[in-house]
Design a protein around this ligand. Structure first.
Ligand code: GAR
Length: 210
């Protein structure tokens, strides 16, 4: 199976969805390692419970982004990473990182890109008053939250809905579409022409519905 590495900074609920779906046999990947830049982040405990290798590299212990990214790239290469999956990884990637894994870095964002990029994109969309929000899985480019879109899902905003409730529903949707995008990649079904992403048809099991 495809070796994927997950990069995360926070609670790791997306990483958990991948762990669970891989264990259930509906996502055909091997999670070769998780890299976390924040000591104490929830994802570390999730990895431990699941028996997945987790490497904690505290970015504050490095002089600059380049030296930090060099260490991350080396760690990923040592574990045989074939696809880099950003799941709440709140750091920009350097050019050297993206060059090392060209066309092999994907990200999820809790809004319908290109609207509402950024660290608080999900909350920004809600506070703007959009009637439909959602989430986006995309290939990563140097600019934050930009790159060819692989899959998006719409989440309609309920009247008078609290931000937290909406974010929770978007999160639940993320846990469905991210494993699906990874499965497509693992099955070699994704083709990118410029900004257009095409997914080749396949008879494979559907990952999205729980
Ligand atoms: C997710 O909602 C993800 O979309 C977001 O961080 C959260 C991580 O949650 N990422 C971004 O906002 C990227 N700009 P998790 O740690 O529970 O998977």
């Amino acid at each position: 199976p495809l070796n994927i590495a997950i990069l995360a900074s926070g609670s790791g609920s997306n990483a958990q969805a991948m762990i669970d779906k891989a264990a259930a046999g509906v996502l055909d990947v091997n999670i070769c390692c998780i890299v976390c830049n924040r000591p104490g982040a929830g994802v570390i405990e999730r990895a431990r419970k699941a028996g997945v290798t987790c490497v904690v590299l505290d970015h504050e212990e490095f002089a600059d982004r380049e030296s930090y990214d060099r260490e991350v790239v080396q760690t990923l290469q040592e574990h045989g990473t074939q696809l880099v999956v950003l799941a709440g990884y709140m750091r920009m990637l350097s050019t050297a990182f993206l060059d090392a894994f060209s066309g092999r870095v994907i990200n999820i964002h809790p809004a319908l890109l290109p609207s509402f990029p950024g660290v608080h994109g999900g909350v920004d969309a809600c506070e703007y008053g959009v009637k439909i929000s959602g989430c986006t899985v995309h290939f990563v480019e140097e600019k934050m939250d930009s790159g060819p879109v692989i899959i998006q899902a719409a989440v309609p905003v309920n009247p008078d809905e609290e931000v937290d409730d909406l974010m929770q529903r978007i999160h639940a949707m993320e846990h469905r579409i991210y494993p699906q995008a990874i499965q497509w990649f693992a099955q070699n079904r994704i083709n990118v022409w410029g900004r257009e992403v095409h997914v080749a048809p396949g008879k494979a099991k559907t990952v999205a519905p729980d």
